[in-house]
Design a binder for this molecule. Structure first.
Ligand SMILES: [Zn+2]
Length: 328
């Protein structure tokens, strides 16, 4: 007899969380002022509104909000503080005891004026300090490449991930807005290096892009996991490929609604039921709880209450997230 409710789910794992989208407006406001930053709005409440998404804004608008957030997070000290505070909050409030945080160090370099190693080391030390407070809390850092960057810049990010792989960097991601000039060709060599070094590889695809792009990603880059990937539900062969190669989707339900990648709860129900029917491995994540105005427990709650997943299916997704974490 299943008596648990979603809010009672414990030991949650979030594998897909951009730190840009995971910091409360209170902390961001303080950080901006500590740096003497001139913000586009003088009023706190106006600011707070601008760093969370109220309605469903669409993919492009959504990504634009990242610029200001990243600007505020562009000093080593700021990253140190956030890297400690974000997992601390997740552990204390959301029962999350495993979190993989991702960030793009290059977007925090103020056009090369801030040293990448400082950004990365301070972030890693913040994460470590959070784990010091809660022995059960496990954290890891994923460095994100960006579709807008030329290959040589993405290569630097991979070099840094390799440099810090024994000190808390667990993997590499590819994120950023869809860019017409972007090509997967130069990423292929990087992907081989990432695999050879034993780092995890996850790629944002099948969110704003279609199943054709997902095919390119899985065959050329052979990622361990895919960020979103919901576009696969329209391609049975692709779903079989994901299942057979055990490529795990990091789905982010509320994020998909807000970016309008998924129209409504009916479409969401169809998507998850299709994934389950085809036994495509998937996990549930937030993408960034503050910007999305959600929490991981709320995501599970929404899925269960709307009969999108059963409690058992939700627990299985969380169990899988622990199993496929890049944190060793
Ligand atoms: Zn994402």
């Amino acid at each position: 007899m299943e008596t648990k409710t979603a809010v009672e789910l414990e030991n949650l794992a979030d594998l897909h969380m951009h730190i840009s989208a995971s910091v409360t407006p209170e902390i961001l406001w303080d950080l901006a002022h500590e740096q003497g930053m001139k913000l586009p709005m003088r009023d706190y409440f106006e600011f707070a509104k601008s760093v969370t998404i109220d309605g469903n804004v669409g993919y492009e608008e959504y990504l634009k909000m990242y610029d200001l957030l990243e600007e505020i997070q562009s000093t080593p000290e700021a990253m140190f503080r956030l890297a400690e505070q974000v997992p601390t909050h997740l552990y204390q409030h959301d029962k999350i005891d495993l979190v993989e945080i991702r960030m793009n160090p290059m977007l925090r370099s103020r056009s090369g004026k801030i040293d990448l190693d400082h950004i990365i080391v301070y972030t890693l030390q913040g994460l470590e300090r959070a784990s010091l407070k809660f022995p059960r809390l496990r954290t890891g850092l994923i460095l994100s490449m960006d579709r807008r960057f030329p290959p040589e810049v993405n290569k630097i990010i991979v070099d840094k991930a390799i440099k810090y792989k024994d000190r808390g960097v667990i993997g590499i991601d590819l994120a950023g807005p869809i860019d017409k000039n972007f090509s997967f060709e130069p990423i292929e060599g990087l992907a081989k290096r990432i695999h050879a070094e034993g780092l995890g590889l996850t790629i944002h695809t099948g969110e704003a892009t279609n199943a054709d792009e997902m095919w390119e990603v899985v065959t050329k880059l052979k990622p361990n996991r895919i960020g979103h990937g919901i576009a696969c539900v329209h391609d049975a062969n692709l779903m079989a490929y994901l299942r057979e190669h055990r490529i795990v989707l990091e789905t982010c339900p509320t994020s998909n609604l807000k970016t309008k990648s998924v129209k409504d709860l009916d479409e969401m129900r169809f998507n998850y039921q299709t994934l389950l029917e085809h036994r495509v491995p998937f996990t549930i994540n937030t993408d960034g709880p503050i910007l999305q105005k959600t929490t991981l427990p709320k995501e599970y709650e929404m899925l269960i209450e709307n009969h999108i997943l059963t409690m058992d299916q939700a627990q299985a997704a969380n169990q899988l997230a622990h199993e496929v974490s890049f944190i060793k």
